[in-house]
Write a protein that binds this ligand. Structure first.
Ligand code: OGA
Ligand code: ZN
Length: 381
């Protein structure tokens, strides 16, 4: 970043540093800069973890001198600490929370316009090649899902690829578990019913991060998959009906799963926002939702809002239809995507899916590591 385009000034007796740039001004707080100083007295060189006690820094700490030198910001603080910040990294941090250009919100029209080319990868390639695995994780984080082909047709066929990312979550159903119609089903997923667009298991804590759904056999008539971008649905609701949107961010229904050996209960809003007001997680599980007996007025507002949201997430305009074939699987972001299936009739054949959950942190960790690896390789090429 050319330092020539940047002018520095101190505000509020040095408690803030003002950078004037052509791309837009940025103001840094002096305490923030002090506790993040990238030097071996402040941060451990090996782990990057903080060595000083940030909560003990004087609240009136200020910057006494600021200069730019060879792409770095040189600061002197009122506690006589000197620090040097690489400017590019600092700017990346300062603007990271402003834009969300890492997500592409989609509708059914998006895929029709791209000739039905949906996010896809090949199992063996992603398994063997870091670049292909990174592409797979890029697509997953951008669109919220990816279809993988060429998955081995064995019961735990997807396991090898899961293990490139992290452990399979163990639940009361085990690790990789069956999704098929059985007698005396303990869950409606294990019947021939259609499933409304839903997120999986909002009664768990934490809620499963990613769903890996592997098709061994889908010869029954029906049983095709439906995917909806929940973030896009939430944004549409925000635009169309702000009051409904607000209600779904405020009311926190409970979710419940009970069987002979398990009692799982949790709660959370259908639309959950982060501190910036961006949608960070959606929930919808008609089967397991139990809204508390709130004041009638609150409930009425919630029911109207839930209905408006339901109409959106079941609309053709937002729904991607596909039918998984044997040897294919879907990886789905369970914090963003709604997924469902149409009812199936076993007279037409058998239907056998296998499903496992993988946590968000291990998935994000592999993604970041592979990104760093690609950057390093590019830089040294
Ligand atoms: C589920 C589910 C999808 C399918 O079990 O929660 O969404 O295609 N199953 O059976
Ligand atoms: Zn599901």
């Amino acid at each position: 970043m050319p330092s020539a385009n940047i002018a520095l000034s101190l505000l509020n007796q040095g408690q803030q540093l003002h950078l004037t740039r052509t791309e837009g001004d940025v103001i840094f707080d002096a305490l923030w800069l002090r506790e993040r100083a990238p030097d071996a007295d402040t941060l451990d060189a090996l782990t990057g973890q903080r060595l000083i006690e940030a909560a003990e820094l004087p609240l009136n700490l200020s910057i006494t001198d600021a200069t730019l030198e060879s792409g770095a910001l040189k600061l002197v603080f009122s506690d006589d600490h000197h620090a040097r910040f690489p400017l590019t990294a600092l700017m990346t941090e300062a603007t990271a929370h402003e834009v969300r250009d890492d997500l592409t919100l989609w509708t059914s029209e998006s895929w029709a316009a791209s000739h039905d080319i949906i996010p896809s990868t090949d199992f063996a390639t992603a398994l063997d090649d870091d670049d292909a695995l990174l592409d797979m994780l890029d697509q997953l984080s951008r669109f919220g899902f990816v279809r993988v082909s060429g998955v081995p047709g064995t019961e735990d066929g997807m396991k090898a690829l899961i293990h490139r990312i992290g452990p399979v979550r163990q639940t009361n159903w085990g690790g990789i578990a069956d999704v098929k119609s059985v007698a005396n089903a303990y869950d409606l997923t294990m019947t021939q019913r259609g499933l409304e667009p839903h997120t999986d298991n909002p009664y768990r804590d934490p809620i499963p991060g990613y769903i890996w759904l592997h098709c061994l056999c889908n010869a029954a008539s029906g049983g095709d998959s439906r995917l909806v971008d929940g973030f896009n649905a939430a944004e549409q609701l925000r635009r169309q009906d702000p009051e409904a949107f607000a209600s779904l961010t405020e009311v926190t229904p409970g979710f419940r799963y009970h069987d002979a050996t398990t009692r799982l209960e949790s709660e959370g809003p259908l639309i959950e926002l982060d501190s910036r007001g961006c949608v960070k997680r959606v929930r919808f599980s008609n089967r397991t939702e139990r809204v508390p007996a709130l004041a009638s007025e609150t409930l009425r507002r919630y029911y109207a809002a839930r209905q408006a949201f339901y109409r959106l997430i079941t609309s053709d305009a937002l729904t991607l239809h596909l039918k998984l074939e044997p040897g294919q699987m879907l990886i789905m972001d369970n914090y963003r995507l709604f997924h469902g299936r149409s009812a199936f009739q076993l007279e037409g054949g058998t239907r056998h899916m296998r499903q496992g959950y993988v946590d968000r942190d291990s998935t994000a960790s592999r993604h970041l590591l592979l990104r760093d690896l690609r950057h390093t390789q590019k830089a040294t090429a």
